[in-house]
Design a protein around this ligand. Structure first.
Ligand code: FES
Length: 177
């Protein structure tokens, strides 16, 4: 008796359910599709990753210009990178015989503006000792391997000395004949 009553109740409930309209939301209402050409330029820029990535990469670089007898050449240097390394990557004719171990002065450069020179970290005593051996030393001379790119150095202008003193990395200096 009790079981048959339950069975009837269940049957009525399932009938009621089958009468109710079954509505399944369309996929479109879950994920509205936005046509690309309906976006204005600023919205497209907002969703685009390529342009903003390039802009970010550019923001992480500074520009440095070298001047020598053949003209000028501008390079982009990643912030935090050794200036000498960046210079070599860009095929600028600047030696660096000891590869930054302060055992030569072949990476000697001259900062063209005093104001820019003052933005560089002060040279260490070791750098000053090696600078004393550099050919054509000036008040704004630096050993390029000791300078690390930082945002304040953006726009740095450098002259490459016409010559470097050519001595061996171990400090041996050839005597004049
Ligand atoms: Fe030798 Fe800079 S590369 S001192």
């Amino acid at each position: 008796m009790f079981i048959s009553k339950l069975w009837r109740l269940g049957a009525q409930a399932s009938k009621g359910l089958s009468k109710a309209p079954l509505t399944i939301p369309s996929r479109r209402s879950f994920f509205p599709i936005v046509q690309n050409d309906s976006l204005d330029a600023s919205s497209r820029k907002l969703f685009s990753t390529t342009n903003s990535q390039e802009e970010n990469e550019d923001k992480q670089k500074i520009s440095v210009t070298f001047f020598d007898k053949d003209g000028e050449q501008e390079i982009k240097v990643l912030i935090g990178m050794s200036m000498l390394e960046a210079t070599h990557e860009n095929d600028i004719e600047l030696k660096g015989a000891c590869e930054g171990s302060l055992a030569c002065s072949t990476c000697h450069v001259i900062v063209m503006d005093v104001e820019q020179y003052n933005k560089l970290e002060d040279p260490t005593d070791e750098e000053n000792d090696m600078l004393d051996l550099a050919f054509g030393l000036t008040e704004t001379s630096r050993l390029w391997c000791q300078v690390i790119a930082k945002p304040e150095l953006d726009g740095l202008r450098l002259a490459l000395p016409a010559a470097t003193r050519n001595f061996a990395v171990d400090g041996y200096k050839p005597k004049p004949h």
